[in-house]
Design a protein around this ligand. Structure first.
Ligand code: MRU
Length: 337
């Protein structure tokens, strides 16, 4: 089965409701930018590239709403989630088209096709990193659900499998919203890719025991020096991989690269509701009077990254910086969140 997180037709954005997976496969149908913003904020759709594409379609929907302007629509969408750079890129691509008088729907469709194409190329570039029977660890969900199709971290795994390389995937469950056990495991199961879900705090055990040959994750924002934001818990996996001599890869399309940002120190980190930590589903699991903190992302320094898997190949952090500076004019999104 080919997973597709979202699609657009007849002036409607269709989104798989990722909060309900794997128990229920429910599709939401949206016709307004307000509805799209709410879907991004509440994580009906999530994962940086998919958020960007949903926002692009949200702008397209706004262009058909009476009284809506490019600026008003952009303000609504920008206020949803602060960390994923793709959100701001998706908004700006369509806002620019709309302001120029071009067709916003055509611009959003083209943006979506671009992201999907880049993810496919990430798969091709990253597949040779894996050898027969490798065990690969991933964190959160950086699959088709997070990117529309293919995925970022999961794309090389899919392409390697299509080329006959048998891989086994360790899936961090990814507290507090369980994107690993609910979404990554669901995608791998759909495609019959062997995997096991592990508690987040078990990753070190397997890394230390020699049971992990490589780690691959996605990213929500990559600064020009290679520092990057990704789901909370990524930083500790990177440090543990380094400590145990295991290569650590970060896969992302160009919409995730914040070329104008020198390093990771100023990347905005979203803090989400306490209830996501204190409750499990509808069940309270902590004492009534306890409080929680809930940073949704952490920043991993570039020194822990073995290679960035990009649409044009795998690059070490220093090479990435040179590449980004050389292609800055083409890559730099007109966004400045
Ligand atoms: O809070 P989420 O589920 O939107 O976080 C998603 C992640 O952290 C992913 O790893 C990242 O967006 C990369 S998706 C290809």
């Amino acid at each position: 089965m080919t997973v597709r997180a979202l699609w657009y037709d007849r002036h409607t954005l269709h989104l798989i409701d990722q909060r309900r997976l794997p128990a229920h496969l429910i599709v939401r149908h949206l016709r307004t930018v307000q509805g799209t913003a709410e879907a991004i904020r509440t994580m009906v759709v999530r994962g940086a590239p998919a958020i960007g594409v949903a926002a692009a379609y949200g702008m397209a929907l706004a262009s058909r709403q009476r009284g809506m302007t490019p600026t008003r629509a952009a303000v609504l969408l920008r206020a949803t989630r602060p960390t994923a750079y793709d959100l701001f890129v998706g908004i700006e691509v369509v806002r620019n088209a709309w302001t120029r008088g071009d067709d916003p729907e055509a611009a959003a469709l083209a943006y979506c096709a671009r992201v999907v194409g880049e993810c496919r190329k990430i798969g091709e570039a990253g597949a040779p990193l894996f050898r027969q029977a490798n065990k690969v660890l991933t964190h959160c969900n950086a699959g088709a659900l997070a990117t529309v199709e293919w995925g970022t971290a999961l794309a090389p795994i899919r392409v390697a499998r299509d080329r006959g390389v048998r891989l086994f995937v360790w899936v961090d469950e990814t507290r507090p919203l369980l994107q690993g056990s609910r979404l990554t495991a669901w995608e791998l199961d759909q495609e019959r890719i062997p995997h096991a879900v592990i508690a987040d705090n078990a990753a070190g055990y397997y890394l230390h025991n020699g049971d992990v040959d490589a780690v691959i994750v996605g990213a929500d924002r990559v600064a020009r020096n290679g520092d990057f934001a990704n789901k909370i818990g990524t930083y500790e996996k990177a440090v543990l991989a380094h400590e145990n001599g295991v290569p650590f890869y970060v896969a992302a399309p160009w919409s995730t690269f914040d070329v104008g940002r020198k390093d990771g120190t100023t990347i905005p980190v979203e803090e989400r509701a306490e209830a996501e930590v204190l409750d499990l589903g509808t069940q309270r699991i902590a004492p009534k009077r306890s409080h929680a903190r809930n940073p949704a992302f952490d920043i991993t320094p570039a020194k822990y990254v073995t290679g960035f898997v990009t649409p044009v190949g795998v690059m070490r952090p220093a090479e990435l910086t040179r590449f980004l500076l050389r292609h800055r004019a083409r890559l730099a999104a007109p966004a400045r969140p």
